[in-house]
Design a protein around this ligand. Structure first.
Ligand SMILES: [Ca+2]
Ligand SMILES: [Ca+2]
Length: 226
């Protein structure tokens, strides 16, 4: 009969004016959203030091091209590397491009890849972003004429007076603070460079958005105290 008395005491309690709020989905969603948001902020604009790039080379189709990935040391410390992976084109490559890592241990790291230009080039970059002070190390991507080594594209990314100079770059990545990325916006002939969000970063953002939506719905569904 102990159970019966306990049940009676519970029933005898006056009902609370305040709605009873359990842990609920909303609280977990809020914690998840906060965690994902903080993770995203900590990762910075180039989360995990990785990029996927596509270049529309339609205006140069048929040219004898050379992609020039150059990593120049800016902080006088051997502390960074860049890996180029999944480099493909619908043109005619001179060789299948292997996954290649260049570094700044000899001041300049360089990877050249020749191909008959088609309409599209795509590749993935991953890189470290150590910075010892002074000028950041800089990755520069140029599209050159393989016969003359002169640029095939005039771009606005001309920084000849920078500590680590660049000219007519299609892409620049300064290896500090998570990676400062610049893609060419004004190109002649038109050569659109598109930075595709890294898959992991996009998934993180989608999860954070989903968690925020769940939080909002949960709060709307809860009864309001009067
Ligand atoms: Ca360096
Ligand atoms: Ca220029």
């Amino acid at each position: 009969m102990m159970f019966a008395r306990s049940a009676a005491r519970v029933q005898a309690r006056p009902p609370s004016d305040k709605p009873q709020r359990g842990p609920g989905l909303g609280r977990y969603a809020a914690v998840l959203a906060m965690g994902l948001g903080l993770a995203g902020l900590a990762a910075g604009p180039c989360a995990a030091g990785a990029l996927s790039i596509s270049i529309d080379t339609s205006a140069l189709a048929g040219a004898n091209g050379r992609l020039d990935f150059t990593l120049l040391d800016g902080d006088f410390t051997a502390n960074n590397s860049v890996t180029i992976a999944n480099l493909t084109t619908n043109g005619v490559p001179s060789t299948a491009a292997p996954t290649t890592t260049i570094d700044d241990s000899a001041v300049l790291g360089q990877f050249l890849w020749d191909f008959t230009v088609g309409t599209l080039v795509t590749f993935d970059l991953s890189f470290t972003t150590d910075f010892a002070g002074g000028a950041p190390d800089r990755l520069t991507l140029n599209l050159l004429d393989a016969g003359t080594n002169l640029t095939l594209v005039d771009t606005e990314l001309d920084f000849l007076s920078d500590p680590v100079p660049a000219q007519d770059a299609l892409l620049l990545v300064d290896l500090a603070n998570g990676g400062q990325v610049q893609v060419a916006k004004r190109t002649d002939p038109p050569t659109q460079v598109t930075e595709v969000p890294e898959a992991g970063t996009a998934a993180l953002a989608a999860l954070a958005l989903l968690a925020l939506v769940m939080t909002s719905k949960s709060r709307r569904a809860q009864p309001r105290a009067v």
